[in-house]
Design a protein around this ligand. Structure first.
Ligand code: 2AM
Ligand code: CA
Length: 258
């Protein structure tokens, strides 16, 4: 399949800038809030309307693609062949509802199973991080350079709170070895911190739509993405994932085993 990468990147940026403008306004409005898998897994009317709009736009332009999305307006994706779009209309819905800050919208694109393009908008900053391995990574129009290969003691780590509280995967020892713990509550915002070297590790149980765009951007900049047991990530299932600098990932893989 021959795809014009520049045209697709511009399309993703166009979609997310439209979504970003709307969500910034929506964040200040009253919302209808429901729950999904648990009391703290939220969904609003805006998650649903945004996903419906994004899926419609993607289908219109790339009718051959399949779409793996969070709120159920996409397709049932059973394999990674061809063009697969992952859509998270609002990432960090709890932040969107409670804090009106630190939430994102994300689209990741894979071609025959390989990372192709990713785009994340930090809605409050109105900045879009986008690009891919054969294209480069950009913050709006400005090229992003690869972050330094910092070690665990040199950097801040971000680990999902249920994991740290229960000390799963020896996560408290990971925190002890680092410069400190930050918990932002939105995968997209944490990927933003990773690509600029403001944090050196993200460790969380992630669904495919939480990971897809960030994985493309992080790997394009030389960061590592791994499962907790050092097996290849499977983009079709939820799993515990670690993302960070090469030095940090190798240190964390040793620490979780102890
Ligand atoms: P969401 O807001 O799109 O659901 C911190 O909560 C991060 O983990 C957010 O990016 C959130 O994405 C995601 N998340 C929340 N609950 C999750 C779950 N049960 N499985 C996978 N990811 C989840
Ligand atoms: Ca979401």
């Amino acid at each position: 399949m021959k795809i014009n990468i520049k045209e697709m990147d511009e399309f993703l940026v166009e979609l997310l800038s439209e979504v970003g403008k709307n969500l910034l306004v929506d964040s200040k409005k009253d919302k209808s809030v429901g729950t999904k898998s648990s009391r703290i897994d939220l969904v609003t009317n805006f998650d649903k309307s945004t996903e419906k709009w994004l899926v419609g736009k993607i289908k219109e332009k790339y009718s051959e693609a399949t779409i793996f999305s969070e709120e159920g307006y996409g397709d049932v994706v059973k394999d990674m062949s061809g063009l697969v779009f992952f859509v998270d209309p609002i990432d960090g819905t709890m932040n969107f509802v409670k804090r009106r800050d630190d939430f994102a919208s994300m689209i990741g694109v894979y071609l025959d199973g390989k990372p192709f393009l990713g785009a994340i908008i930090d809605v409050v900053k109105q900045e879009i991080y986008h690009g891919g391995p054969d294209y480069g990574v950009f913050r709006n129009e400005e090229k992003v350079i690869s972050p330094k290969n910092q070690s665990l003691p040199e950097g801040l780590v971000d680990i999902s709170w249920p994991m740290v509280v229960a000390d799963r995967f020896n996560s408290q020892a990971v925190v002890q070895k680092s410069s400190g713990l930050r918990i932002y509550g939105s995968a997209g915002i944490i990927f933003e911190h990773l690509i600029f070297g403001r944090e050196v590790l993200y460790m969380s149980y992630l669904a495919p739509w939480d990971l897809a765009a960030g994985r493309v951007l992080c790997e394009s900049l030389g960061l590592k993405v791994s499962t907790i047991d050092d097996s290849p990530v499977n983009m079709l299932k939820s799993q515990v994932v670690i993302v960070g600098t090469e030095k940090v990932i190798s240190e964390v893989l040793k620490t979780v085993k102890k």
